[in-house]
Design a protein around this ligand. Structure first.
Ligand code: WT7
Length: 637
C-alpha cells in the first residue's frame, strides 16, 4: 500500500484515534517512520504549553524537499507533480513531472546560493500562481532558507511590514500576475515596498506578464538570466541542506485581534509529517488521482495542500493561476472536465458566488471524474453544502468540511472522505492526534454533548505553530495565556448530541471575509490614517457571498460634504495600507460611537446594528451617551 498510515475504515479511525490519545508518541513515530530522514529522531515529543515550548522529533535530521522530490524520482519520475492551468484558457497549460520539478528546484536553489542566500536567511516571495512560485518555495526549503510568502493582494505597505519584521534579505517576485481580467503589477508594488526595507539586497524577477518594470542596477535580477548562469555552470546538482527537525521551515503572516499581523512559524519535521498525514487521510488520496485545491499559495491552505502535503505524498497537484469566474462562472468545472480531476478542495465563498450563476455554467461539463470534495476557510452554510453535494458531486462524492488554521499547519477537525460520517455545516470529528476541548469564559471545561464553548486543543500535534517570529511572548499571550495549559483557537464551537463539532465562528475581533482573516483593529488603523478621520469602529456582518462583510462606523473632523466621494477616498486609503481585500463593504459616518463610561467601544451594539437587529441591542444603560445609538440606528446602511 502506498500509505501504510492511511485509515481504511471507521473501525480503524476509532482505533487510531484511541491510540493517538493513549500513546501519542508511539502513534506519531509510526507515521514519521515512513519519511526519509538523514538521521532518525532521539525523542518524539518534548513540550509545555506554559512557555510555550513544543518540539517534535528532536535530534532528527532531514530536508523536506528530499521527501517531496528526491524520494519519488525512482518510482514517480515521469508522473506529473504539478499540472498548471493558466489564467487564460487559450494559453498552453504545463505539466511538470517529479523529475522536471526536482531539476527546476535544484536549479533555482543554485540561483539562490549564487546570490548569497544561506541557511536561516529569510526570503520574501510575492508572486502570482505560476509553477515558479512552487519552485521558489521549494528552492528555499532545499537550501534551508526560511520562506515568507506574501499573498499578491497585499499592498506595498503590508509587504514592507512583513519584510521588515522578518528582516528578509532577498525578494522573489514577478513582473506581474494575471488574475481574471486584471493584470497586477507585482514588481512595481515591490519597488514601493522596498523604499523602507534596507535588509533586502537582491530582488529576483520572474517574467510572466511582460509588463514594463524598472530594474535597479545591482539589486534587481531577472529569474531567466540567473537560470542561464546556472546552466552555463553545467547545471550542477544542489544537495539538500541537512535541517534539524525543529529548524524553521517558513513564516506566514496572519491577522489577529490586535496590532500588526504576526509571523506564524512552522518547523521542518513536524509540519511535514502533519501536512502529509492530514492530506493522505482527509482526502483518502490514491496514487494516480488528480487533486485540485483552488487556494492561493499566499495562504496556509496553499502551503499545506497545494505544495507540501500533496508533493510529500507523491500526488499530482493542479495549480490554477486564475479565478473561478473568468472567463466565465464555469471555469472550475471546465478545469475538472479538462484534467479529469478526482479531488476538488475549495472555499464556501467560491461555492456561494458560483451558485449565484445558476446551473448553466455547470451543465454540459463532464464532472464524472470527481470522487471527493472539500471545503475550507469558514463555516459552510447548508445551502452551499447541498449545492456542492448535488450539482458538483452529483450526490456521489463525500464532502470534507475541514476546520483548521494558519497556526495549526494542517487540518484538525474534519470528516475522512467516505469513511467517517458527514453532516452539513459540521466539521464533525477530530483527526487522530487532535484532542479538542470546549471551555467556558473562565476556562472551565464544558463536558458532555449538546454544549457550546470556546474551542481549545489540549495536547500538541506535530503541525502546530512553534512561535511568532521575533516575538515569542506574543505567541504565548495570543494562544496559550487565555486558558492555562490549552491552545486557544479563537473560535466558538458547538458539540452536538452525537459529539460532532460545528464551528460557529470567531469569538475575538477577527473577521473572516471570503475565507481571509482580517483583524478589525487593523482595518480601523488603516481608516484612521485617512485625513479628516477622527475615529472608527469596524465590525463584521453576514454577507451572502463573502460570509462576513466589513462594516465601518467612521467619525470625521468636519461634516462630510460628499459622502460617496469621501467613502471612496477612505477605501483607497485602506487599499494602500492593507490591500484591496480589507476594503469595507459599508461605511457609515457617525458623530459618536457607543462607549462605556471607561471609554471602551461597545462593539456588541455596533455588531447588532450592522446585522440589522435594531430592536435587540441588549443592555445599553452603561453607555456614556445613549443618544448616539439612536443616531447610528437611524443612519444604518
Ligand atoms: C479561521 C482560520 C485553514 C485555512 C484557511 C483559513 C475559520 C477555517 C473552517 C471551517 C468553520 C473555519 C476559523 C479559523 N475556518 N476553516 N471548515 N469551518 N470555520 O485559515 O486564515 O488561519 O483562518 O478560519 O474561524 O479560526 P486562517
Amino acid at each position: 500500500m502506498a500509505y501504510p498510515y492511511q485509515i481504511k475504515s471507521l473501525e480503524e479511525y476509532q482505533q487510531n484515534y484511541q491510540q493517538s490519545v493513549m500513546d501519542p508518541e508511539g502513534f506519531w513515530a509510526n507515521v514519521a517512520d515512513h519519511f526519509y530522514w538523514r538521521r532518525k529522531w532521539d525523542k518524539v515529543l518534548e513540550w509545555n504549553f506554559k512557555d510555550p515550548d513544543v518540539k517534535w522529533f528532536t535530534g532528527g535530521k532531514l530536508n523536506i524537499t528530499e521527501n517531496c522530490l528526491d524520494r519519488h524520482l525512482g518510482t514517480l519520475g515521469n508522473t506529473p507533480a504539478i499540472i498548471w492551468e493558466p489564467n487564460d484558457p487559450e494559453e498552453r497549460h504545463r505539466v511538470i513531472t517529479y523529475r522536471d520539478l526536482y531539476n527546476k528546484v535544484c536549479q533555482f536553489a543554485n540561483v539562490l546560493k549564487n546570490n548569497g542566500v544561506k541557511k536561516g536567511d529569510r526570503v520574501c516571495i510575492y508572486m502570482g500562481m505560476i509553477p515558479e512560485l512552487a519552485i521558489a518555495v521549494l528552492a528555499c526549503a532545499r537550501i534551508g532558507a526560511i520562506h515568507s510568502v506574501v499573498f499578491g493582494g497585499f499592498s506595498a505597505q503590508s509587504i514592507a511590514d512583513r519584510i521588515q519584521d522578518a528582516q528578509a534579505s532577498l525578494v522573489i517576485t514577478c513582473d506581474g500576475a494575471f488574475r481574471g481580467n486584471k493584470d497586477i503589477p507585482l514588481k512595481s508594488v515591490i519597488d514601493d515596498a522596498l523604499i523602507g526595507c534596507p535588509s533586502v539586497k537582491k530582488v529576483i524577477v520572474c517574467t510572466r506578464t511582460r509588463t514594463p518594470v524598472s530594474m535597479i542596477k545591482g539589486r534587481d535580477l531577472w529569474w531567466e538570466d540567473e537560470i542561464k548562469q546556472v546552466e552555463t555552470m553545467g547545471n550542477p546538482p544542489c544537495a539538500a541542506e541537512e535541517m534539524d527537525a525543529e529548524d524553521m521551515l517558513f513564516i506566514l503572516y496572519t491577522s489577529g485581534s490586535t496590532g500588526k499581523p504576526k509571523g506564524v512559524v512552522h518547523t521542518c519535521a513536524g509540519y511535514m509529517v502533519y501536512a502529509n498525514y492530514t492530506f493522505v487521510n482527509t482526502f483518502q488520496y490514491q496514487p494516480g488521482e488528480v487533486y485540485f485545491c483552488t487556494a492561493d499559495v499566499g495562504w496556509i491552505t496553499g502551503h499545506s495542500y497545494i505544495i507540501y502535503g500533496p508533493l510529500s505524498a507523491g500526488a499530482t497537484t493542479l495549480m490554477f493561476e486564475g479565478v473561478p469566474t473568468y472567463p466565465d462562472a464555469g471555469r472550475l468545472w471546465s478545469i475538472v472536465d479538462k484534467y479529469r480531476v478526482n479531488i476538488l478542495y475549495t472555499a464556501p465563498t467560491a461555492i456561494r458566488s458560483l451558485m449565484g450563476y445558476g446551473l448553466g455554467p455547470v451543465n454540459h461539463k463532464d464532472l464524472s471524474s470527481l470522487k471527493k470534495l472539500g471545503s475550507v476557510g469558514e463555516p459552510i452554510n447548508e445551502e452551499a453544502w447541498h449545492w456542492f453535494k448535488d450539482h458538483i458531486g452529483k450526490g456521489r462524492c463525500p464532502i470534507v468540511d475541514t476546520w483548521w488554521q494558519t497556526e495549526t499547519g494542517g487540518i484538525m477537525i474534519t470528516p475522512i472522505a467516505g469513511i467517517t460520517k458527514e453532516k452539513p455545516g459540521y466539521a464533525t470529528l477530530p483527526l487522530p492526534g487532535i484532542q479538542p476541548i470546549l471551555v467556558d469564559e473562565n476556562g472551565k471545561e464544558v463536558k458532555g454533548n449538546n454544549v457550546n464553548g470556546n474551542l481549545c486543543i489540549k495536547f500538541p500535534w506535530p503541525g502546530m505553530l512553534r512561535t511568532t517570529y521575533g516575538d515569542h511572548e506574543r505567541c504565548r499571550t495570543t494562544y496559550f495565556a487565555t486558558y492555562e495549559n490549552l491552545y486557544f483557537t479563537g473560535d466558538g464551537c458547538l458539540r452536538d448530541e452525537d459529539g460532532y463539532y460545528r464551528i460557529t465562528g470567531r469569538v475575538d475581533d477577527v473577521l473572516n471575509v471570503s475565507g481571509h482573516r482580517i483583524g478589525t483593529a487593523e482595518v480601523e488603523n488603516a481608516i484612521n490614517m485617512h485625513a479628516g478621520v477622527v475615529e472608527s469602529a469596524v465590525v463584521g456582518y453576514p454577507h451572502d457571498i463573502k460570509g462576513q462583510g466589513i462594516y465601518a462606523y467612521v467619525i470625521t473632523e468636519r461634516q462630510v460634504h460628499d459622502p460617496e466621494l469621501t467613502k471612496k477616498d477612505i477605501l483607497q486609503t485602506v487599499s494602500r495600507i492593507i490591500g484591496p481585500i480589507a476594503k469595507p463593504d459599508k461605511i457609515q459616518f457617525v458623530s459618536g460611537l457607543p462607549k462605556t463610561r471607561s471609554g471602551k467601544i461597545m462593539r456588541r451594539i455596533l455588531r447588532k446594528i450592522a446585522e440589522g437587529e435594531l430592536d435587540n441591542l441588549g443592555d445599553t444603560s452603561t453607555l456614556l451617551d445613549p443618544v448616539v445609538v439612536e443616531e447610528i440606528k437611524r443612519g444604518k446602511l
